[in-house]
Design a protein around this ligand. Structure first.
Ligand code: UDP
Length: 235
């Protein structure tokens, strides 16, 4: 597969066309942003870690029957994926209170939920990714009822697989964000990334944060936390 022109540059990744219209190449950057781009920085080696971690987890999920956009890792930073139309919803699954759940509802972080929660944001930087419910998503025609049902079912299934996987490497999966895409034949597949940028990981024993909160909250040890997560995931 030959790499062609750049199609898009986002906050953490670039996307390139290939000589086959069914596929694109994603390239992971070290650039880090938080609070919708208000805080900017770089995390040395992040692109490599997020590329390798995402691919490892997506391949694992594929084996468990979850459809994903993953095709093949090309090198440390670049991966061949199916070209999809991204459903403009950020899907957030939570197992433990943290971040906006804690601030929005005025509760402490670290409350373990009896059942996972799911929420949607409208993927729109200009509006700051506003929270919305399924009725709003339908009214805005962001997805169909059938697509939303598939996305919810897949998200909870992914949560169960990831929770079990991370438990085995002594990590509590606190919460995470997923994005889904629609392939040319209309199939809904998991897209984007699963990484320390998009998940909250707490060490099961020490409860140390091993994710992007170290960058967001200026806790230091950002690179070490990302490396530690890659080590635990890839073995
Ligand atoms: N998240 C993300 N991208 C976003 C917003 C959230 O990847 O634009 C992830 C975040 O890393 C966390 C989870 O989704 O693992 C829940 O985030 P929350 O709603 O608490 O918002 P945050 O505090 O991260 O802004």
């Amino acid at each position: 597969m030959e790499k062609r022109e750049q199609l898009y540059e986002g906050k953490a990744k670039k996307v390139y066309a290939t000589d086959d219209p069914r596929y694109v190449i994603v390239s992971y950057k070290d650039d880090a942003t938080a609070f919708n781009g208000l805080k900017k920085g770089t995390i040395a080696g992040k692109g490599v870690i997020n590329n390798r971690v995402t691919n490892y987890l997506m391949a694992m999920l594929e084996k468990k029957g979850i459809p994903t956009h993953f095709v093949q890792e090309l090198n440390d930073r670049e991966t061949l994926v199916k070209k999809v139309q991204i459903v403009p919803l950020e899907v957030i699954v939570r197992n433990i209170s943290a971040g906006h759940f804690a601030s929005r509802y005025g509760v402490e972080e670290g409350i373990v939920f009896e059942n996972p929660t799911i929420e949607f944001s409208y993927k729109c930087d200009a509006l700051d990714d506003p929270l919305l419910n399924e009725y709003h998503a339908l009214a805005l025609k962001l997805a169909t009822r059938e697509e939303i049902d598939i996305i919810k079912a897949l998200s909870f299934q992914i949560n169960e697989e990831l929770k079990a996987f991370f438990k085995a490497v002594n990590v509590d999966l606190v919460d995470f964000k997923l994005e889904f895409g629609k392939t040319a034949d209309g199939e809904i597949v998991l897209a984007d990334e699963i990484s320390p940028d998009t998940c909250r990981f707490w060490d099961s024993i020490t409860h140390e944060k091993l994710d992007k909160d170290r960058f967001r909250r200026d806790l230091g040890g950002v690179e070490d936390a990302y490396s530690e997560m890659m080590k635990r995931i890839l073995g």
